[in-house]
Design a protein around this ligand. Structure first.
Ligand SMILES: [Ca+2]
Ligand SMILES: [Ca+2]
Length: 151
């Protein structure tokens, strides 16, 4: 028995509605500096060591996208080698967003960036020191305002 046409139309509308709602809510893209595998805000030898520890000693990396220094969507030995080439033998810089600018990964891959504090943004005019806004541990701290905010 076929469902009535109006029921089929209503189901089709619901499917389109939910599909649209899912695509209308873009996921927040994590911002990071490519190559800064240890998320300390600098790209240096420590990052190559961190990637090697991640690959061979099960160390954790909070932003695996940052550790994908050649942006091939894979975490492998090519990443620390490429980073060492960039740092010490004038090899090419890690691709966008690059080692000095914060930005999202322009390529679609399966790697994730769960956390990258150096590129975290707070409310305009406020520089976050640490912890999320409203963190009770930060209650004693005052926000640092930019020069333009001085009265
Ligand atoms: Ca680093
Ligand atoms: Ca890679």
């Amino acid at each position: 028995m076929k469902p009535p046409a109006s029921l089929a139309r209503m189901c089709a509308c619901l499917v389109l509605l939910f599909a649209g709602a899912a695509s209308a809510a873009p996921a927040a893209e994590a911002r990071f500096r490519r190559g800064d595998a240890n998320a300390d805000g600098q790209v240096d030898l420590g990052d190559a060591v961190q990637i090697l520890n991640y690959l061979f000693a099960s160390a954790a990396i909070s932003c695996v996208d940052a550790a994908d220094t050649n942006d091939d969507g894979q975490s492998d030995i090519g990443d620390p080698i490429g980073l060492l080439n960039y740092l010490f033998v004038q090899g090419s810089a890690p691709p966008a967003p690059g080692p000095s600018e914060c930005g999202a990964d322009p390529t679609d891959d399966r790697l994730t960036c769960e956390a990258y504090p150096p590129c975290a943004t707070g409310p305009p005019g406020v520089t976050r020191i640490d912890g999320p806004p409203g963190d009770p541990a930060d209650a004693h701290r005052r926000p640092i305002h930019g020069w333009g905010d001085r009265r």
